[in-house]
Design a protein around this ligand. Structure first.
Ligand code: MN
Length: 302
């Protein structure tokens, strides 16, 4: 997995890794990632900017390319923030891609503990909320005839934080915010309701809203304004909803990102967020559209 500060090496071809080796790899990651989950991270003011990625959904070639550019390139960013949904809906022709992408996320966090922040999405909350199927378990079964590796990876993903705030005035989470007045307490001690609000919610004006079967008050102009006021933030960056990707909503205060070839027709986006000064709205956030990274050559038939 490499040393802290060095770009991690993650096996791309898990079919050639035996179960024991895979378990060792996950074991090492659980030693290097924080053991006490914190629901909310509050970043202090700092120089430079954060790059923010939306859902990556098993598109590890793109994540790896973007991570290399921003963590070890000529102009590295101070913070590298991932908004959740690392697994499931894998692109075609990428075997075991949910496992590889999850291992890449966790390895990046272990290699750059003070720079990489990975938040939890609804796909990482598979065992905590009424949910979809989980490719981590299925891929493990396919590779090794047992779900154990996938279960251990899920243990680590479940412990990821739900949200992060910056001194410059941003709140970031996978989908939404706690509707409770004491939002910090809700994030620090999340109930199923909080997980649904933070990891599953939609914006009222999206076509997706109401289609997921999640019984929550959706995000609207009013509850967004109230939340930003009580949290002392000005903008909300999220992933989760391909229908509104790249659109700045509610008077330039809410932005949705995806960074995966799985929804390529909606666009793959990165956002650059200032970490110093004070944002009033999204005008200080730079949006960049990227192309998906090339897929690795298909494995030769054996
Ligand atoms: Mn999602």
């Amino acid at each position: 997995m490499g040393e802290p500060g060095a770009f991690p090496v993650v096996p791309h071809d898990l079919a050639s890794v035996d179960e024991e080796t895979a378990l060792l790899l996950v074991e090492r990651l659980s030693d290097t990632t924080t053991k006490t989950p914190e629901g909310l991270l509050e970043l202090p003011a700092g120089e430079g900017e954060a790059v923010v990625l939306g859902d990556t959904h098993a598109d590890w070639p793109t994540l790896e390319q973007v991570a290399r550019e921003h963590l070890e390139g000529a102009t590295p960013v101070r913070r590298f923030i991932l908004l959740g949904d690392y697994v499931d809906r894998a692109p075609e022709h990428l075997p075991f891609a949910s496992l590889v992408n999850a291992l890449l996320v966790l390895s990046l966090r272990a290699a750059y503990p003070d720079r990489v922040i990975a938040l939890k999405g609804n796909h990482e909350a598979y065992r905590e909320t009424p949910s979809l199927s989980c490719d981590l378990l299925r891929e493990s079964d396919d590779a090794w005839g047992s779900p154990t590796v996938g279960e251990r990876v899920l243990d680590l993903l479940e412990a990821l934080p739900l949200a992060v705030t910056t001194e410059s005035g941003a709140y970031l989470a996978h989908a939404g915010f706690p509707l409770k007045k004491d939002w910090k307490a809700a994030l620090r001690n999340p109930t199923e309701t909080t997980i649904l609000q933070v990891c599953w919610n939609d914006v009222e004006l999206s076509p997706t809203c109401g289609a997921r079967g999640i019984d929550q008050t959706p995000i609207n102009e009013q509850n967004l304004g109230e939340f930003l006021a009580r949290s002392g933030t000005s903008v909300f960056l999220r992933g989760h909803d391909p229908a509104v990707v790249g659109k700045s909503l509610y008077h330039d205060r809410l932005l949705t990102l995806h960074t995966t070839r799985v929804y390529e027709e909606r666009g793959l986006y990165l956002a650059y967020l200032p970490l110093s000064g004070r944002m009033r709205d999204l005008s200080g956030v730079r949006l960049r559209k990227i192309e998906p990274a090339p897929l690795p050559p298909a494995r030769p038939f054996r």
